[in-house]
Design a protein around this ligand. Structure first.
Ligand code: NAD
Ligand code: AHE
Ligand code: ZN
Ligand code: ZN
Length: 374
């Protein structure tokens, strides 16, 4: 049609299992209830790699991935009132409309207002704003932060302090918020509690930071890659365990180490076998395990029902249970006051052109977070 379009440098996932390609895509102007955002920085989360791998049942291609970004509003569509050009924002893959049954329940952060179209890689009106050589390119998680310019729903934006460093607070768009939030909102860890954290990537380290904030007693970090242990200890882990150093199941090791099991465990990997171990290392009668990791299509969890009959609890957490528009701006302020540390997560920074190296570093176990700049 006659609607105006602009060019944008973007890393496009053209097919599952292939590296991203840096190309110039066309971005259409924001429609009613939508906002055009210039992304300045984005982290790379394991979930981006998960979807790129082809294991995500909701994965559609070609798509602009990325969901851990920060940027500045460039233009707003009809009816948009909560942001204006120049506002600094963090895109939200868990929006907050404030009026759906979920938002009003007071029980969950999982706003469902645009979830159906978001899961199909489309804007709420069922179309896409991205194209390449005249062919549609899909959105991802309602955010698509691997593009210099992206279009998101107004309800998918947290307006933040313009003084906040976007190259750091972008990590509050997913990883750091997810881990810290899971501790406070989902598990509700109390002073003195014993905590086990399975997987010491960006999510697991954020859980450790949250557990330290909550004044947990023992914080046990578990990873197959012992190179993760130094940073885990710096961030608050009191014990680090590598399952490969033991010849019995890791749940038995943790139960022995804690004299009966932990008060809370967190699975931050996406491995259904580890999810079972994380449940079974919980204390009989009251231990609770929180699943944060995302498992591939067809994967299922299992345990003996007796584990639950005898008082262990299985839970899950998305975006740390955080309501993005009402709570994320406050977390940005906490980061600015030093109450949330972001620096330890940023092990690498790279320009957009080298984003595939961020995926390599993640798969090689060498990075926690790579922050991409445009
Ligand atoms: P990451 O790759 O940085 O970290 C994963 C860690 O797990 C690595 O240190 C790795 O060595 C370790 N690991 C792998 N297999 C293991 C095993 N069998 N035993 C022990 N350790 C093992 O990933 P990340 O970015 O921290 O993400 C972690 C998981 O959380 C992913 O599944 C991601 O999709 C998911 N995630 C979920 C949410 C949510 O809202 N629920 C948000 C962000 C990420
Ligand atoms: N598309 C996958 C599910 C992926 C998933 O569980 N995503 C998490 C966020 S991961 C961020 O790094 C989430 O928020 N889930 C809630 C939701 O509504 O998607 C699948 O299995 O279909
Ligand atoms: Zn993520
Ligand atoms: Zn809602």
């Amino acid at each position: 049609g006659l609607e105006s379009r602009m060019k944008s440098r973007a890393a496009v996932a053209f097919a599952a299992g292939k590296p991203l390609e840096i190309v110039e895509i066309d971005v259409a102007e924001p429609r009613a209830g939508e906002v055009l955002v210039k992304i300045s920085h984005t982290g790379v989360c394991h979930t981006d790699a998960f979807t790129l791998s082809g294991a995500d049942p909701e994965g559609v291609f070609p798509a602009v991935l990325g969901h851990e970004g920060g940027g500045v509003v460039v233009a707003v569509g009809e009816g948009v009132t909560s942001v204006v050009p120049g506002d600094h924002v963090i895109p939200l893959y868990t929006p907050e409309c404030g009026e759906c049954e979920f938002c009003r329940s007071g029980k969950t952060n999982l706003c469902q207002k645009i979830r159906a179209t978001q899961g199909k890689g489309l804007m709420p009106d069922g179309t896409t704003r991205f194209s390449y050589r005249g062919e549609p390119v899909y959105h991802y998680m309602g955010t698509s932060t691997f593009s210099e310019y992206t279009v998101v729903a107004e309800i998918s934006l947290a307006k933040i302090n313009p003084q906040a460093p976007l190259e750091k607070v972008c990590l509050l768009g997913c990883g750091v918020t997810t881990g810290i939030g899971a501790v406070h909102n989902t598990a509700k860890v109390q002073p003195g509690n014993t905590v086990a954290v399975f997987g010491l990537g960006g999510i697991g380290l954020a859980v450790i930071q949250g557990a330290r904030q909550a004044k947990a007693g023992r914080i046990i970090g578990i990873d197959l890659n012992s190179a993760k242990f130094d940073l885990a200890r710096q961030m608050g882990a009191t014990d680090c365990v590598n399952p490969a150093d033991h010849d019995k199941p890791i749940q038995d090791v943790i139960v022995e180490l804690t004299n009966g099991g932990v008060d809370f465990s967190f699975e931050c990997i996406g491995n259904v076998k580890v999810m079972r171990a994380a449940l079974e290392c919980c204390h009989k009668g009251w231990g609770e395990s929180v699943i944060i990791g995302v498992a591939g299509a067809g994967q299922e969890i299992s345990t003996r029902p007796f584990q639950l009959v005898t008082g262990r609890v299985w839970r899950g957490s998305a975006f740390g249970g955080v309501k993005g528009r009402s709570q994320l701006p406050g977390m940005v302020e906490e980061a600015m006051r030093g109450e949330i540390a972001l620096d330890p997560f940023i092990t690498h920074t790279l320009p957009l052109e080298r984003i595939n190296e961020a995926f390599d570093l993640m798969h090689e176990g060498k990075s926690i977070r790579t922050v991409i700049h445009f």
